[in-house]
Design a protein. Sequence first.
Length: 265
Amino acid sequence: MLSKFSVTRKLFPIVFILSALFLLIIHKQPVAASSKSPMTLTALGDSLTYGVGDSTKRGGYTYLIKKPLQRTSKRPVKVYNYGVSGDTSGQILHRLKTKPAIKRNVRQSQIIVLTLGGNDVMHALKKYGVKLTPAKLQIFQKKYDQNLIEILHILRQANPRAPVYIYGIYNPYSIYVKQAQGMKKALKQWNQNTEQIATDNFRVHFVDISALASPKKLKYSKSKQETTNPLLYTKDYFHPNDQGYRLMTQKLWHRLQATQKEWRK
């Protein structure tokens, strides 16, 4: 007849192994969940990246895009926002050249997003006003095209594989400055050039947001006798408002979904 001590001694190795396996499983589960490194998105550009017009002051599309990215990738998402209100394409290029932190974050990013061009057009409007013609705007566009090509070259040097998404521009003055003849056609050509540059470069995608200038319904105030765009910030009728940034996010997310193989690893 076996003593209690003998039985205990024989069972001890089994109990030890089972306990070790149990501890290993418990230890592994949370580590596996938390070991997923964050997905990094670097946003570079003007006030549309900074988020002017966003009532929450959280960065417009750069904040809103995090939720669908996290849900789809099942990873935390970190966003670096390098948006500066008022910057032209030339000023954005200068910052990219002279700010090491931007290149450093670009290097580790899975996604890169650009907003630029709106202030280049603004400078043309300030110079010529309603006398701005497509021919005069083309002078500004050529310089913008050169700046964009150089920006993409620097981004690709820093990060050879991450997809780049370039937002197009929109015409916020389409219902206010009807005197500027040919502006609609000129800005359409501007976006077509940007889209062609995107197509000519590896993993670069164009995001069309011209819908910001043509909402389904315009707002008309009888008291003020004026028509306003419900997608734009009422303080300047230039930047998107909360609804406008949601539209920007939807457009970007649509392109991200179509190119998942490029940023999901």
